[in-house]
Design a protein around this ligand. Structure first.
Ligand code: ZN
Length: 139
């Protein structure tokens, strides 16, 4: 269990140091900004669509390690997915964050399971996802 935790820790540190899809997109089809006042995390999210599919996604912002790693993991997880699949992933991840009993079928996103022990940090982990939902709902 502690080996697993160490591995999770490493993945989070890696995604925080070298966030994936971390750039400002020119001419995005959709975008949204998110702010987590509890921690001061800010994120800007950009989507390029191909009809209903998220052709590419990027983000920018500054925040704590959890918010940056979560945004990075999210962009990896949703690129190439349909909007519907991305929304489903949001529901699953949200449930996973709020309920320790929920099993994770979220592959890499499961590295954030440790965050559930720190309720104030759940908002950090959810920020990018809420921003994604805002981008999807308000084109
Ligand atoms: Zn934070």
């Amino acid at each position: 269990m502690s080996d697993l935790r160490e591995l999770y820790q490493e993945v989070i540190i890696d995604h925080n140091k070298n966030p994936r899809h971390f750039f400002e997109m020119k001419n995005p089809d959709r975008q949204a900004e998110g702010f987590n006042p509890l921690c001061g995390d800010r994120v800007q999210l950009f989507l390029k669509m191909n009809q209903d599919m998220i052709e590419s996604v990027s983000f920018q912002g500054c925040g704590c390690a959890i918010s940056t790693a979560s945004a990075s993991l999210m962009t990896d997880a949703i690129q190439g997915k349909s909007l519907k699949d991305a929304m489903q992933l949001f529901e699953q991840f949200h449930k996973f964050m709020l309920d320790e009993a929920t099993e994770c079928h979220l592959e890499k996103l499961s590295v954030l399971s440790g965050v559930r022990e720190f309720p104030t940090r759940i908002k950090c982990a959810m920020l990018a996802w809420h921003t994604l939902m805002a981008a999807i709902r308000n084109p």
